[in-house]
Design a protein around this ligand. Structure first.
Ligand SMILES: [Zn+2]
Length: 282
């Protein structure tokens, strides 16, 4: 009998040690997965060191037409929170969301916003971005109430900075200007500051412009008197360079924040975008 008790105690200790061991390997932090770079950056801003964060689309990867691997799917089903933007930006994420186990909190950050269903680039409006950050903050605070104070503090501080940048945009004299772009990603930015977007490529960036489309835009630029055409530096600058050359204007960078080769945060990128807009429009 004594032998059996000793054996069982040893077994129990082994089990306890194994589970303690696995906990040491596990950070114990909230495990968060995001769909693409903008969502990754928002989650990083809100979560800081309190979360373990992974982005699904690899650095430099194309966010619109991404297909997750079986390994991605398996990892996703084990996380605590999965964040995506929605409104047609990541169709794969919308498909996967319904198949994930109930233990995964799924956050579609554009939900409830006033959106144009044909334009997924919701986060390029600072107002929208603030709501998306709020949605992330609520999800983290609910899933990890111990650190809720930290999440709320970081969110409030960041939103204050975004409000200041929003004021700068409003005072930059952008209203009434035509914004000539290669990738039609800036509909929400234009809506917020009274600009009108003229895009060479479709909203999803699928089709290359035809020579006649390019010639039409060159004419429009000349008539409008704009000083530049804008392109996303994370994509190709070929089309913008050709149009700029033909129209005798500048080709300027305007980041979509779908990815960022320098790992900059949203505030930095939106500030850089404003400086480029001033060069091309004012
Ligand atoms: Zn895009």
């Amino acid at each position: 009998m004594k032998k059996i008790i000793i054996f069982m105690t040893a077994m129990l200790m082994a089990v306890m040690m194994t589970s303690c061991g696995s906990e040491t390997a596990d950070s114990g932090k909230l495990k968060v997965y995001t769909s693409f770079y903008a969502m990754y950056d928002f989650a990083k801003t809100v979560g800081g060191d309190d979360i373990e964060l992974t982005n699904i689309v690899p650095a430099g990867g194309e966010a619109h037409h991404f297909e997750p691997s079986a390994a991605d799917m398996a990892k996703l089903s084990e996380c605590d929170v999965f964040i995506y933007s929605g409104n047609g930006m990541e169709e794969w994420a919308e498909d996967i969301a319904s198949t994930l186990p109930e233990s995964v909190k799924v956050v579609e950050t554009s939900k409830g916003l006033s959106v144009d269903e044909s334009d997924p680039h919701v986060w390029l409006s600072i107002e929208n971005a603030k709501s998306q950050i709020d949605a992330i903050c609520s999800a983290f605070s609910e899933s990890d109430s111990e650190n809720a104070e930290n999440y709320i503090k970081r969110t409030d501080e960041y939103k204050t900075k975004l409000d200041l940048l929003d004021e700068e945009y409003k005072n930059a004299g952008l209203s009434g200007k035509k914004l000539f772009v290669t990738h039609g990603a800036y509909g929400y930015l234009c809506r917020d500051y009274g600009m009108e977007q003229v895009a060479l490529e479709g909203v999803q960036g699928e089709s290359d412009p035809s020579p006649s489309q390019m010639a039409q835009v060159v004419d429009m630029i000349k008539v409008d008197g704009a000083k530049g055409i804008f392109y996303d530096p994370n994509g190709s600058d070929k089309t913008a360079a050709a149009v700029a050359d033909e129209a005798g204007v500048l080709s300027l960078e305007l980041c979509t924040f779908e990815t960022d080769s320098e790992n900059r945060d949203y505030l930095t990128v939106m500030n850089a975008n404003l400086q480029e807009l001033k060069k091309g429009l004012i």
